[in-house]
Design a protein around this ligand. Structure first.
Ligand code: SME
Length: 149
């Protein structure tokens, strides 16, 4: 089991003293990808020109553009609500980037009352993400957003 308190502390240390968006997104996606069990994609999409554009990530190559309201990421971006999907095949409009993905969680990133983008994690295991994972990822997202200020 991943020690989430420890991983949160590692995230803070990793981003400390740096406010560059790409640098921090790259390092955080790497840390999460290599520290969490049963994940096959961890990364960021950023809102650009009214669409989500893929940012730093770990995993297989991903779709570059996602319109708001489309797929799990676009739904999180449109509603500003965490999307925790136990079975991606049962999610209407899910965009399959890696055929191995079975479950997914997407955290919207809101800064100064505006949508910056989303943090997206995929797993090859159905129902991989529970409430504890969600709580942890929401806190990690806050660490990331705070680092940018
Ligand atoms: N499955 C996502 C697309 C992004 S990839 O998982 C990296 C979606 O439905 O929005």
């Amino acid at each position: 089991m991943t020690d989430y308190d420890q991983l949160l502390e590692q995230s803070r240390s990793l981003l400390k003293g740096q406010n560059d968006l790409v640098a921090n997104a790259a390092n955080l996606s790497s840390l999460l990808f290599h520290s969490m069990e049963q994940v096959n994609w961890v990364g960021f999409y950023f809102l650009k020109g009214g669409r989500l554009i893929v940012g730093p990530f770990q995993g297989r190559p991903a779709c570059v553009e996602i319109p708001l309201g489309r797929g799990v990421c676009g739904t999180a971006a449109e509603t500003w609500e965490v999307q925790r999907v136990a079975d991606v095949h049962a999610f209407d409009g899910h965009i399959a980037c890696d055929l191995a993905s079975r479950s997914e969680i997407v955290i919207p990133l809101i800064i100064n009352q505006q949508l910056l983008g989303v943090l997206d994690l995929d797993s090859p295991e159905t129902g991989r993400f529970d409430q504890a994972d969600e709580d942890f990822l929401v806190r990690v997202a806050t660490v990331f957003l705070d680092s940018l200020e």
